[in-house]
Design a protein around this ligand. Structure first.
Ligand code: 4AD
Ligand code: MG
Length: 434
């Protein structure tokens, strides 16, 4: 049978009353006096398979003790309608082939600590909550692509090995690059996207990015996925309008297509629905004033920390753009504020419920001299930016862009406390395996 004609669990509602054979894994097993229940999954869904005393052939019923958690099996049986489960069907088993035994699967039903689970990440990914979480991540990724492609964006993949520092020289992973000296793992694809707008107008990239920051927080990974977009002829205002529309599109999609996984994760939907309203837009100076009232205090001129972001998110209960930060706390490429040269035309989007900054974006500086001055202040070697400055020499235009941290976005939508669970194999200061 061709691969696309195979029956999988998700198709079973169409086969009620018929006998089918399909491969998969035993997720769990339990028994009553007359019936043995198997949780049976194949990646497309999870259903219950029943072995019934007196009904299931005796030699098949007798296999039950070998049907351990995570054994791989091929099950044959009649599909029957039932009340339980999202699909509303179960299988009455008539035959089972054991493909691979389950052994003593180390992840049972009891609670395990995060270290134990992360050490067994390669097995933990099979658990019900982890499956739900990655279904949501996948829908978020699909929604991002759909939205951007529907708005005439072109995907321009950016390099991971780079010779130009994109963000913060303190947070670089460095390696030797043949005879050319040091190379860095990309902290961002932005500079390459900026080059691409002159060819395509609106572009995006989506890939792993690397930060060697020594932060052990619930919001930091050493390797995370970032969606970055860059648009010609967009000013700071257009930039945040687009971001708000994109986040609303993703949120609507998740609320439409991910209700079952959200339920598995016991996610409260009320705060997500509230975020379908227009987002709050707060000037940095207004944020300083507000934080003076609600705490914690933010010293004018300082960057927002996690506690400030949490306070703002809690105060408004929906995402908040904080706009036009002090120049000194932001990257060299951000456009100087035309009325207040100590600030830049940027915005961070802060998610509610303690999830913090999920987007960083800005209008870009067009003035070469200003960029050179900022590079010098940041201690970045100007000669490695000569190609970047060409973008200001040939057909320079107003342009803007932003980057969304995928794991933080998914963490917020799925209601995960720590973003390390929101990527299949997290890379953090203290973890490189599995
Ligand atoms: O604010 P950041 O550093 O912005 C940039 O890299 C820009 N070049 C993006 C652009 O304008 N094209 O990072 C963007 C987002 C943050 O808002 C955050 O969501 C996420 O990336 N992020 C991290 N996520 C997980 N772990 C880390 N260490 C992160 N650092 C940033
Ligand atoms: Mg940022």
């Amino acid at each position: 049978m061709r691969w696309n004609q195979r029956i999988t669990i998700k198709d079973l509602p169409l086969y009620i009353g018929q006998t089918v054979t399909l491969p998969g894994w035993i997720q769990f097993s339990r028994k009553s006096s007359q019936v043995r229940f198997l949780g049976f999954r194949d990646g497309s869904g999870l259903i219950q398979a029943l072995l019934i005393k007196g009904e299931t052939p005796e030699e098949v019923f007798g296999l039950w003790s070998e049907l351990r958690q995570e054994a791989s099996v091929s099950i044959t049986g009649e599909v029957a309608a039932c009340e339980q489960g999202p699909l509303g069907v179960e299988i009455k088993v008539s035959h089972i082939d054991i493909l691979g035994t389950g052994g003593d699967f180390p992840l049972g039903r009891k609670e395990h600590g995060p270290d134990f689970l992360h050490n067994l990440r390669h097995l933990w990914l099979r658990s019900k909550k982890q499956v739900a979480l990655f279904q949501i991540r996948d829908q978020v990724i699909q929604a991002i692509h759909e939205f951007l492609w529907s708005q005439s964006f072109v995907k321009m993949d950016s390099p991971i090995l780079t010779g130009t520092v994109g963000e913060d020289p303190k947070g670089l992973f460095k390696l030797d690059y043949f005879d050319l000296g040091p190379a860095y793992l990309a902290q961002t694809g932005q500079l390459y996207l900026e080059a691409s707008i002159f060819a395509h107008g609106r572009v995006f990239c989506f890939g792993p990015t690397f930060r060697a920051e020594k932060s052990k927080t619930r919001r930091h990974l050493a390797e995370f996925w970032m969606l970055e977009a860059e648009m010609a002829f967009f000013d700071a205002q257009d930039n945040i309008d687009l971001q708000e529309d994109l986040i609303h599109f993703i949120l609507n999609r998740v609320l439409e297509r991910c209700l079952a996984p959200l339920e598995v994760l016991e996610r409260d939907l009320a705060p997500l629905k509230r975020s379908l309203e227009p987002f709050v837009r707060l000037d940095y100076k207004e944020a300083v004033k507000l934080l003076a009232q609600i705490g914690p205090l933010l010293v004018d001129g300082d960057d927002l920390g996690a506690t400030h972001e949490t306070a703002l998110g809690e105060h408004f209960g929906k995402p908040v753009f904080v706009m036009d930060y002090p120049k000194a706390v932001k990257a060299f490429y951000m456009k100087e504020h035309p009325e207040e040269p100590t600030r830049v035309k940027c915005a961070d989007l802060i998610a509610p419920e303690g999830h913090g900054e999920i987007i960083g974006g800005s209008q870009r500086e067009e003035d070469i001299d200003k960029i050179l001055a900022r590079l010098a202040e940041a201690g970045l070697a100007p000669e490695t930016y000569d190609w970047y400055l060409d973008l200001r020499r040939y057909g320079s235009v107003v342009h803007s862009g932003f980057g969304i941290g995928l794991e933080r976005l998914v963490g917020w939508m799925a209601g995960m406390h720590h973003i390390r669970e929101c990527i299949p194999f997290p890379r953090m200061m203290e973890r490189l395996t599995p």
